[in-house]
Ligand binder design. Structure first.
Ligand code: NDP
Length: 434
């Protein structure tokens, strides 16, 4: 806190992990003796840079770009790029820190990193998005590579932005190093099922958690926040498994459709037209639209999937969900629940799937995209999906096992943090003081 006094989100993410590690450190003094924690919370490298670009009227703007290369103990840095006006060092750092443990949990050899810019893609033309993405990559290219640091998408960065960044990387570097970015389009090195991976993986994880209690998704009422990449495919998989998804949102408000969200409409509005979720009512006037996104948690449901952004679900919302009969909460977004909200869910015995474990499906399939690029092969959708399902099952099992080993049965927050930490910490110990 002394070094980075204003980085509130980063402090929150570190606090959550350190609290879970108390029993581990008591049992294994070697981590304290070797200053593993001190090394873990300090990024290996942290970059910030100027991103100048020109809008359609000829006005020049300057944004700030970031890339944090947090930890490479188990593999090259890997993590998404976020374009959103709220981006600053505290956001990129918390995301990069979380990414270290998430990537370790996937079982793939990837380290943790994250990047972004305080650029707002909303309302920008295609040409403006391209100009920004090209300028961003004009600095970033010198710090990344298929064996050093492999960025991907995040909020505000989807296949279109990745395409523009990949084009610029190639233009500067020459050749066709497909493995430098993941989340690419299918025509130039992308992986089938990458687009679906985070949302599907989240639901696979929740399915495991429910199955351990003899429950399933069939017939359950589900509320999903957001209507972006993670939300859309979480809704799709939940619907495929027989759940009734009754609500989703964007930063303006949420729609409540008691007959079940019509996903074709949401995809058209959000993936194709980049319009607002309120437009849903034009096609489905029986639904209701409520301004303000946080009210979504007042809807009674059995399963809640926060898939929009950090700290979108606070203690008040957690209390409303519990009062409404929620059985399980699965975090699709990164750190969507505040610490008091998480503690409340755990106290109430709600099945709680923490982001680090539950949303790791996206980076896992990004890892599989890297493998396919390395082999110059493309696996079928079914093959990637099956690997994703297995990876999510294994993450669930390792979180359960670690929680039990440290006498916190059923606490998957502690389990995921401990399991991820042990892998990274042991790799750091093996590599000496670096
Ligand atoms: P997108 O940009 O595709 O979608 C984000 C969605 O969240 C949009 O619908 C956006 O609405 C909404 N949103 C943003 N801020 C708020 C807010 N304050 N209240 C309500 N809704 C809001 O991003 P992704 O789906 O890719 O990412 C969502 C979350 O999932 C992030 O936390 C990200 O870090 C995490 N994640 C993403 C992965 C991926 O593979 N994409 C992998 C792992 C985690 P609007 O359009 O109005 O801004």
């Amino acid at each position: 806190k002394r070094r980075d006094p204003l980085e509130q989100e980063f402090h929150q993410a570190v606090k959550e992990i350190l609290e879970c590690l108390v029993p581990v450190l008591a049992r294994h003094p070697q981590y304290m003796e070797n200053a593993i924690l001190e090394r873990l919370v300090e990024p290996e490298r942290s970059l910030s840079f100027r991103v100048p670009w020109m809008d359609d009227s000829g006005t020049i703007h300057v944004n700030r770009g970031y890339r944090i290369q947090f930890n490479s103990a188990i593999g090259p840095y890997k993590g998404g790029i976020r374009f959103h006006p709220s981006v600053y060092s505290g956001i990129v750092k918390f995301l990069g820190f979380e990414q270290i443990f998430k990537n370790a949990l996937t079982g793939l050899p990837i380290g943790g990193g994250k990047g972004g810019a305080d650029f707002d893609p909303k309302g920008k033309s295609d040409r403006e998005i391209m100009a920004f993405a090209q300028s961003f990559m004009t600095e970033l290219y010198r710090h990344i590579g298929p064996d050093t640091d492999i960025p991907a998408g995040d909020i505000g960065v989807g296949a279109r932005e990745i395409g523009y960044m990949f084009g610029q990387y190639k233009r500067i570097r020459g050749g066709h190093e497909a493995g430098v970015l993941t989340g690419k389009g299918l025509l130039y090195g992308g992986s089938l099922a990458r687009k679906e991976a985070t949302g599907y993986g989240l639901v696979y994880f929740v399915q495991e958690m429910l199955a351990a209690q003899g429950l399933g998704l069939e017939g359950q009422t589900v509320v999903v926040s957001g209507s972006g990449n993670v939300s859309i495919y979480a809704m799709e998989k939940a619907q495929q498994l027989g759940a009734l998804v009754i609500a989703c949102s964007d930063s303006g408000g949420f729609i409540h459709d008691p007959q079940g969200i019509k996903l074709d409409t949401v995809k058209r509005l959000k993936e194709q037209n980049r319009s607002r979720i309120s437009e849903y009512l034009k096609e489905h006037p029986h639904a209701e639209y409520i301004k303000g996104s946080t009210g979504i948690w007042n809807l009674p449901c059995q399963i809640a999937l926060p898939c929009a952004t950090q700290n979108e679900l606070d203690e008040e919302a957690a209390r409303a969900l519990v009062a409404g009969g929620v059985l399980a909460v699965g975090e699709g977004a990164n750190m969507p629940s505040t610490l008091p909200a998480v503690n409340y869910f755990l106290q109430q015995g709600i099945l709680f799937a923490p982001a680090k474990a539950a949303n790791a499906g996206g980076v896992a399939v990004s890892g599989l995209e890297m493998s396919q690029n390395g082999m110059r092969l493309s696996w079928s959708f079914e093959e990637v999906d099956e690997r994703l399902r297995l990876i999510m099952k294994n993450i669930y099992r390792s979180a359960v096992r670690a929680a039990e080993e440290y006498e916190l049965p059923g606490n998957l927050v502690a389990g995921a943090n401990i399991a991820g930490f042990l892998k990274v910490a042991d790799a750091m110990l093996a590599q000496g003081v670096v």
